[in-house]
Design a protein around this ligand. Structure first.
Ligand code: ADP
Ligand code: MG
Length: 725
């Protein structure tokens, strides 16, 4: 046996692992399970009067306002359904600015005067709640005199029953706003941005001859990467437990260089976990689809099928909670941190984005006719314009202390936001740029409304994995979002920049047509303008290369390397203008997001710094001292026996120990300083003083890990955590 008592015990624990009881019913089909715990459209149709059902459906599918009278009827049906499913409580579920999911639980039962209890759940209770919840971050939006926070039912995201061993709960997805309607959460702006984008997209569709286009929605398919580690190790690593990532750890002798884990056989225990989670997700109506190993050892991915943006965001949050819960059931911990292990690939959450409606389908799918092609190119051009004009905002939408470890680290897209179109589509836009609004077809040009597009490849082999914003045949994949963040932030930004671009496009085209320009000619001219003005954001090369950093600078693309470089984008003049024009955020709300972002950054690194100090001082330092003492004793014993002793081992043990002491002292004093008074001052200090001080401690500790006798080393090693599952 090797390792100290804690590690030895952890390894023994892993070996003694017995899988939990099987939760599957023999002969059960996925179809029976899917959506079993969801108050679905089908369930509503069964239980609601026809007129009420139609009213709810109009709200869900066509963004109509819900008739308040319908709410009572829905509430009654929902309560009956939930109680049949064993629910005793209901909860308004909301998504505060912590990035986590919050729930306020209440009992269905209310005491009646005669000592009995009545199951009450009125439309009002369904539609609105008051969770107080005043300790969630609000970036100054909730001063004490206006501290109330309200939740409001999001009719478009289905309610569901969440099972737990101690009873079931009816969960109602809601928005969370302050007394004067200011957004305190991630869902409110998502719904607002979706609505704005839809309005502009519908204008464009009308120009393409769809007289009464159906409500347009944005779709999101989130791919989630994560790590699994055995819980025994997890509990023996205070850094993983409290910060979600390892603050120390030398690279294992065997890293990911063999690529033997990537798409390799899934370990049995992990497969058990995956099947279990899939079934749970199915019950909740979450269409979880693919599963495979990722590049790093211990790393995996799940990609639920794409859904309407706000439903996907809710489902994504639910997925993370479910994963955490079920990993524990299987004796593991699920890590969503962007970089749990240094030197090993981190985790992202790719946001696949498209938009469309029931009649037109996916608007980012190239069509078969020249007319459809023109429409497709216009929507693509909107993406190009939006991403170019607001690349800083997109960068800000994925900014966090934890994602800083990943972006630009040659495993994730760089902090420079560019678009990959693929050779064929890039060529099409090149031709458009050259074509002009002439009616004569020159060589190598494409005439809108006449020519069809070349067949654009959709197979993954063609994809550029180094691009942060890649066209993948029928959607764009935003690859920069971090694995633990909600997809709502990036989706809000994408929707809003699309709203602006589509507004611009619709306005230009409407004016041209009104002035008597032939529609196809107007489209051609507009596309040419957009690609000329915004084509600089298109880059099909290697985003990881150093050359790109230089070229991007020459093209004038921002390279916002860190969170503190990126967050000020939120309060820039152009961002304020954008978000207020499209009714997504007021200036006050933008300021609040900015403040919350900075606060969160400072808090995250602050916790890590204190953990580094604590673990360094109380675990690593004593182990290193013991080791040094043993070496010294050994030399002493040799000398006493009259043997000429080599003292280099003592020097070797002493040097990093001294470095560790110095580094710990440096970190301690950096933690004691609090320069300035604004949140930005604090965040800046964290970046400039704490991060380097932590890095110095880590450097010394990682050297010691390679020196100190294994039976003295207090922390489970990378090798143990990554390879024992
Ligand atoms: P990959 O090759 O990138 O792993 P997948 O087939 O696993 O691709 O799909 C990745 C994600 O993209 C899935 O969540 C999928 O549902 C989503 N997706 C597919 N089509 C669209 C679309 N039109 N709009 C949004 N997301 C989509
Ligand atoms: Mg992908």
């Amino acid at each position: 046996m090797s390792g100290n008592a804690v590690r030895t015990q952890a390894i023994t624990g892993v070996e003694a692992y017995a899988p939990p009881a099987v939760s599957f019913t023999a002969g059960e089909t996925p179809g029976e399970v899917f959506g079993a715990n969801v108050f679905s459209k089908a369930e509503m149709q069964k239980r609601l009067p026809k007129s009420v059902y139609k009213s709810v459906l109009a709200t869900i599918d066509h963004a109509a306002r819900l008739d308040p009278l319908a709410a009572d009827s829905v509430a009654a049906a929902m309560k009956d359904w939930a109680m049949e499913k064993g629910a005793t409580h209901y909860a308004h579920v909301f998504y505060p600015l912590t990035g986590l999911t919050a729930e306020k639980h209440d009992s269905f039962l209310e005491p009646a005067g005669d000592g009995s209890a009545l199951a009450e759940f009125a439309g009002k209770t369904l539609a609105q709640g008051e969770p107080d919840a005043s300790s969630f971050p609000s970036g100054g939006l909730r001063n004490t005199f206006e501290a109330r926070g309200y939740t409001g039912w999001d009719v478009t995201s289905p309610a569901y029953v969440l099972e737990s061993p101690n009873g079931n709960t009816l969960c109602i997805p809601t928005v969370f706003v302050s007394m004067n309607g200011e957004a305190l959460d991630h869902k409110t702006p998502l719904l607002r941005s979706q609505q704005s984008m839809a309005r502009q997209a519908e204008r464009v569709l009308r120009l393409f001859g769809h007289a009464a286009p159906d409500a347009v929605v944005s779709y999101c398919g989130p791919e989630q990467e994560y790590f699994l580690v055995d819980r025994h190790f997890f509990l023996a690593r205070p850094d993983l437990l409290n910060a979600g990532r390892t603050l120390f750890g030398a690279k294992p002798p065997k890293g990911q260089e063999f690529d033997d884990h990537y798409f390799g056989a899934i370990p049995e225990r992990v497969l058990g976990f995956m099947m279990d989670t899939e079934r749970e997700l199915f019950k909740l109506g979450i269409p979880a689809k693919t599963r495979h190993n990722e590049v790093a050892p211990g790393q995996f991915e799940i990609a639920p099928m794409f859904e309407r943006g706000n439903v996907a965001a809710d489902h994504q949050q639910l997925l993370m909670t479910t994963f955490k819960r079920l990993a524990r059931k299987h004796g593991m911990e699920c890590l969503f941190h962007e970089k749990p292990f240094e030197g090993i690939n981190g985790s992202g959450k790719h946001v696949n984005f498209s938009l469309g409606n029931a009649t037109e389908g996916n608007l980012l799918l190239p069509g078969d006719t020249p007319h459809e092609n023109a429409q497709f190119l216009v929507f693509c051009a909107a993406v190009i314009r939006g991403v170019h004009r607001y690349s800083g905002l997109l960068r800000a939408s994925v900014a966090s202390a934890s994602n800083d470890h990943r972006l630009g680290a040659n495993e994730a897209p760089p902090a420079i936001i560019s678009i990959f179109l693929g050779d064929q589509l890039a060529d099409v836009f090149d031709q458009v740029a050259k074509g002009g609004a002439t009616s004569s077809k020159e060589k190598g040009t494409l005439i809108i409304g006449v020519d069809t597009l070349p067949v654009l490849p959709t197979d993954p082999g063609d994809r550029n994995r180094t691009s942060p914003f890649a066209f993948t045949g029928n959607r764009f994949e935003f690859r920069a979002p971090g694995s633990q963040q909600t997809v709502a932030g990036p989706m809000v930004t994408i929707n809003t920049i699309m709203a602006e671009a589509l507004d611009h496009i619709a306005t230009e085209l409407e004016a041209a047509v009104a002035a008597g320009t032939e529609f196809n000619v107007a489209v051609q001219k507009l596309l040419e303008e957009i690609i000329t003005e915004h084509g600089a954001v298109v880059f099909n090369g290697d985003g990881y290369s150093d050359d790109w950093q230089v070229e991007a600078a020459a093209r004038g693309l921002p390279n916002l390397r860190t969170t503190l470089d990126a967050l000020p984008e939120l309060v820039s003049e152009s961002a304020m203008q954008l978000f207020s024009t499209y009714g997504v955020f007021s200036e006050r709300e933008m300021h609040s997001r900015y403040e919350v972002g900075l606060e969160h950054y400072a808090l995250t690194v602050g916790v890590e710094a204190r953990l580094t100090l604590e673990i360094g001082t109380t675990s690593v330092l004593p182990a290193a001292v013991r080791h040094q003492t043993e070496v010294a004793q050994n030399i002493g014993a040799l000398r006493a026996a009259g043997v000429e002793a080599d003292t280099s081992a003592l020097d070797e043990a002493t040097r990093p120990l001294t470095e560790l002491r110095v580094a710990l002292a440096g970190l301690r004093s950096a933690l004691d300083e609090h320069p300035g008074s604004t949140v930005m001052d604090e965040a800046q200090h964290v970046q400039d003083a704490l991060l380097p001080a932590m890095a110095a401690v880590r450097a010394a500790v990682d050297v010691l890990e390679g020196l100190v006798a294994d039976d003295l080393w207090p922390l489970p090693t990378y090798q143990e955590m990554l390879y024992i599952l």
